[in-house]
Ligand binder design. Structure first.
Ligand code: ZN
Length: 473
C-alpha cells in the first residue's frame, strides 16, 4: 500500500514518511494514565491527538493494533524514582484501598474518553496484571549486565549504553530544570541517570502492592511497565509509540534504554509526541490554579466535543493556550458547523468523483504531519463548494467524522434532565395511585393526579405498553 502518512518523528527530529515493519499493519503503543486522580484536560489533549493519529492511519487503510497500559503501581510522585507512590497518595487522600482507587479512576478516565469520542485501544492492560513479565525482563537485564543491585533495589545501568539520550542532547541544566527541589538524589545510583527497575527497599513502609521476586518482596519501577506490556502484546518490533512531550525524558528515554538492552536490537522506529496545553500564565498542571477536567467543562456548559474541536484546530506540535473565551468561540463555530451539516439534503445521488476528490484532500491534510486544522479547513471548503451536491457533502462529512469524531452528522437528542431517585419514586407512586383511581372509575381524581404531575413538569402518557412518563420542563 501507499505509505503516504508523514509526521514528526522525535527520534530523527524530522517529519518523515511512516513505513511500518509489516506492510499495511501498525503496531502502536500509548502510555496510559496513572489512575490516582481525574485526568487533566491537558493530558487528554495528548489522547485526543493520538486518537486522531490512530484513526487517520485506519482511514487511509492500515490495520492498527493499539495497546495502552494503565499505571496502577510504581509511578512515584517524581518521574525520577523518588517521592511517594502516586497511587498510595490517592488512596490516602480518599481513604480507600489502592485497588479501589485504580478501579475508580480507570473507569473515570474511560468515561472522559467516551465523552471526547476517543476510541478505546484494542488492548488495555493494567501494570498489576504483568508483574511476571516485568520480573523476567529485570532478570534478563541483570544477566546481560545492564542492571545492578544496590541498597536492595535493582537499577538500570545507563553507563552500559552507547547512547542514553537518544531523543535530545540534554545538557545538565536542562536536566536539572526538570527536577523538583524537594527531590533528594538516590545515593545507591552509580550514574545520575540510572533508574529503578525493581524496588524492594521503598522509603514508604506502607507500600500497598507488593510481589515476590528473586530480589525480595517489592514492586516494579514505572518505566519497565511500558516496555513489558508493549513487548507482551506487540512483540519485539514496534512501529509507533505515542505520548505527551513530558514523557520524552526520562520516561521514554528509559523505556528505550531497557527495551533495547533486553531485546538486543532496535525496538521502535517512530515516536509521536503531543505538546502542552497552556494558559496565559504558562503550562497547566494539577498543582496550579483550577484543576480542569472534562466534568468541570461540562459543569460550565461546555460540550466535551467542543474541547476536542478546539484541540483539532491547532497543530499537535504547538503549545495550545486554553481560555474560556476561546472555548465560547469554538462552541459557536461548532454549533454553526453542525447546523449546516444537518441541513444538507440527503436524497440525491452521491457524486463519486467529487467524493473521492474531497476525500483525498482531507487525507492529504492528515498525512501532512497530522495537520488537523487544515483538515477542518477542507471540511469548510467542501461545504462551501458550489460544484458538489448536498448528499455528496453529507456523505463526505460522515466519512471525515470517522477521524474528526465530532458527531457532525448526529442529530442532537432531546435533552433529558437527570431525574433523582426521590422524584422518580414519587412519580411512580402517583402513577400507581392514578391507575387505582381509574380502576375505581374516579376519573376526576385520575385527572387531578395527572395535573399534579404536570405542574411538576412531568408528562404522562397512556400507551399500549402501559403508562409512560417524561420530564418535559
Ligand atoms: Zn510509557
Amino acid at each position: 500500500m501507499d505509505n503516504k502518512m508523514k509526521f514528526f518523528n522525535t527520534l530523527t527530529k524530522k517529519v518523515e514518511q511512516f513505513v511500518p515493519n509489516e506492510e499495511g499493519k501498525v503496531a502502536m503503543y500509548t502510555c496510559g494514565p496513572t489512575v490516582y486522580h481525574f485526568a487533566h484536560i491537558g493530558n487528554l489533549r495528548s489522547y485526543i491527538m493520538e486518537d486522531v493519529l490512530e484513526k487517520s492511519l485506519r482511514y487511509i487503510g492500515y490495520d492498527v493494533k493499539r495497546v495502552m497500559n494503565i499505571t496502577d503501581v510504581g509511578h512515584l510522585a517524581s518521574d525520577a524514582d523518588t517521592g511517594e507512590d502516586k497511587m498510595l497518595k490517592g488512596a490516602k487522600r480518599e481513604n480507600k484501598t489502592v485497588m479501589e482507587i485504580a478501579k475508580f479512576y480507570t473507569d473515570a478516565f474511560f468515561e472522559d474518553c467516551k465523552k471526547l469520542n476517543i476510541k478505546r485501544p484494542d488492548v488495555v492492560e493494567p501494570a498489576t496484571n504483568c508483574i511476571d513479565e516485568f520480573i523476567h525482563m529485570v532478570e534478563v537485564l541483570l544477566e546481560k549486565g545492564y542492571a545492578y543491585i544496590a541498597g536492595e533495589n535493582v537499577y538500570f545501568d545507563t553507563s552500559k549504553l552507547k547512547e542514553y539520550h537518544i531523543f535530545f542532547n540534554h545538557n545538565e541544566d536542562e536536566l536539572l530544570a526538570g527536577v523538583r527541589d524537594d527531590v533528594s538524589e538516590d545515593i545507591n545510583k552509580k550514574n545520575k541517570n540510572d533508574f529503578v527497575l525493581w524496588f524492594t527497599k521503598s522509603k514508604f513502609e506502607d507500600q500497598a502492592l507488593k510481589w515476590d521476586s528473586p530480589w525480595g518482596v517489592g514492586y516494579p519501577g514505572w518505566h519497565i511497565e511500558c516496555s513489558g506490556i508493549s513487548i507482551k502484546h506487540l512483540g519485539e518490533y514496534m512501529d509507533l509509540h505515542c505520548g505527551g512531550v513530558d514523557n520524552i525524558f526520562p520516561h521514554h528515554t528509559n523505556e528505550v534504554a531497557q527495551s533495547e538492552a533486553y531485546l538486543g536490537h532496535k525496538w521502535c522506529n517512530y515516536w509521536f509526541h503531543v505538546h502542552h496545553l497552556n494558559d496565559k500564565s504558562g503550562k497547566m498542571s494539577k498543582s496550579k490554579g483550577e484543576f480542569l477536567t472534562v466534568s468541570l467543562l461540562e459543569s460550565k456548559g461546555i460540550n466535551p466535543l467542543v474541547y476536542r474541536m478546539f484541540c483539532l484546530q491547532s497543530h499537535y506540535r504547538k503549545p495550545l493556550e486554553f481560555s474560556y473565551e476561546v472555548m465560547d468561540n469554538v462552541a459557536t463555530a461548532y454549533t454553526k458547523l453542525k447546523k449546516k451539516v444537518l441541513e444538507l439534503k440527503k436524497d440525491e445521488q452521491v457524486d463519486k468523483a467529487k467524493f473521492d476528490e474531497y476525500k483525498t484532500r482531507f487525507e492529504d491534510a492528515l498525512c501532512n504531519d497530522l495537520n488537523t486544522s487544515s483538515a477542518i479547513t477542507v471540511v469548510y471548503d467542501m461545504l462551501k463548494a458550489t460544484d458538489i451536491n448536498d448528499t455528496t457533502k453529507y456523505e463526505l462529512v460522515k466519512s471525515y467524522d470517522y477521524v474528526l469524531s465530532l458527531d457532525l452528522t448526529k442529530e442532537d437528542e432531546v435533552e433529558t434532565k437527570a431525574v433523582d431517585a426521590e422524584l422518580e419514586s414519587f412519580i411512580l407512586a402517583k402513577i400507581e395511585e392514578r391507575a387505582a383511581a381509574k380502576k375505581e372509575k374516579d376519573f376526576a381524581k385520575a385527572d387531578a393526579i395527572r395535573d399534579e404531575l404536570l405542574a411538576k413538569g412531568v408528562t404522562i402518557k397512556d400507551t399500549r405498553e402501559g403508562v409512560k412518563w417524561e420530564i418535559t420542563q
